[in-house]
Ligand binder design. Structure first.
Ligand SMILES: *Cc1c(COP(=O)(O)O)cnc(C)c1O
Length: 358
């Protein structure tokens, strides 16, 4: 018998994914290099064993305790004011985006974003049958007021802006966001997966527009929060948007175990975020070092740097890998992206780069 025929639009497509290679220095997917402390591991074990006693029951469908803890955390971190009704949570901000597009995209609807940016947006569109359109960023990778006007002229239903932007690190200027919010009445999604790494004094979109009727800010526990393995992302949004997400999520989408682990991690948020300052300093030092060694570096508000330019970037990527350092071959032609690791890992990267790119 032949295999069943897959959906026509999936024929020939490739599954998303950076290579998961077992090498000593992994600087390829913007994880936090610091593992959870023994104290946090203990809290997680306690919380998980509590829910284990009730695993015969379905979890709290609306994850109220977790969403309340997230609201408190976001209020403190961003200086905005959000409550449980403004929070939606799911398995990674990837799933949050999927819910948003399932509810606000779909056949006959269009999403616009600014490239180069996160490659998954196109994939969420494919999965939800939403038309995907792009507007270029300028030569510094910034989104300009003109680019916003171009995006609006495409008559989209959804505009997505990633800030700090992956893979360039570029931070959106507040007046550009203000322009978008005042000129566009469809759904605006600001992807702040790297929000906690923004420079001190730079406002988060949560502070300005958290809970606003047509602005959604998405965030994650995968990056600054050091919990990529947990798969927990969330959105800060108007209660109507939260209600729409509830319509499209799968039943009991967030397991009792995920909810428990996330609550445990939020109890330790101070400790988890204590490394963010160090990573920011390491980022700025590495950027300086790259500039001194005559590389171009995109100014970054995230925990990674886009640097170049190479006539053969694959050769540099492979050379680094041969030295046990895995970075990411992504972004515009000629550029490479490196995540900020521990001080030791960053030093190994520098040494390897000098020896590979003589
Ligand atoms: C890493 C990342 C995410 C999401 O991650 P999850 O692990 O699914 O929460 C979202 N947006 C951008 C731009 C990212 O780089």
């Amino acid at each position: 018998m032949t295999s069943p025929r897959v959906r026509d639009d999936l024929v020939g497509q490739h599954a998303y994914g950076a290579p998961q290679l077992d090498v000593p220095v992994r600087l390829n997917v913007n994880e936090n290099p610091f593992a959870p402390s023994a104290a946090l591991v203990e809290t997680i074990a306690r919380e998980v064993s509590n829910v284990a006693r009730e695993l015969n029951r379905y979890p709290d469908r609306d994850a109220v305790a977790l969403r309340t803890a997230l609201a408190d955390y976001v209020t403190e971190e961003s200086g905005g004011s959000v409550s449980v009704d403004n929070i939606w949570a799911a398995n990674g901000s990837n799933e949050v985006m999927h819910h948003l597009l399932a509810a606000y995209g779909g056949p006959g609807r269009t999403l616009v974003t600014f490239v180069p940016t996160y490659s998954m947006y196109e994939e969420y569109c494919r999965e939800t049958f939403t038309q995907f359109k792009t507007v270029p960023r300028d030569e510094t990778f910034a989104v300009t007021i003109e680019a916003i006007d171009q995006a609006i002229a495409l008559n989209p239903d959804i505009v997505v802006v990633c800030s700090p932007n992956n893979p360039t690190g570029t931070v959106l200027e507040p007046e550009v966001l203000n322009h978008l919010v005042s000129q566009f009445s469809g759904l605006i999604i600001v992807d702040e997966a790297y929000g906690e790494f923004r420079a001190p004094g730079t406002p988060s979109a949560v502070a300005t527009y958290g809970g606003h009727s047509h602005v959604v800010v998405t965030r994650t526990m995968s990056k600054a929060f050091s919990c990529a393995g947990l798969r927990l992302g969330y959105a800060i949004a108007h209660p109507d948007v939260v209600a729409a997400c509830k319509l499209v999520r799968l039943p009991y989408h967030l397991s009792a175990v995920s909810q428990a682990v996330a609550r445990a991690a939020l109890e330790h948020s101070q400790e988890l975020l204590s490394q963010v300052d160090l990573l920011r300093e390491e980022r700025d030092q590495l950027a300086q070092w790259l500039l001194e060694h005559n590389y171009s570096v995109a100014p970054s508000g995230a925990n990674f740097l886009l640097f170049g330019k190479f006539s053969d970037r694959h050769q540099i990527w492979q050379g680094l890998l041969d030295h046990g350092v895995l970075i990411r071959e992504t972004g515009p032609e000629g550029w490479l992206r490196v995540s900020i690791g521990t001080p030791q890992e960053n030093e190994i990267f520098r040494t390897a780069l000098i020896s590979v790119d003589k």
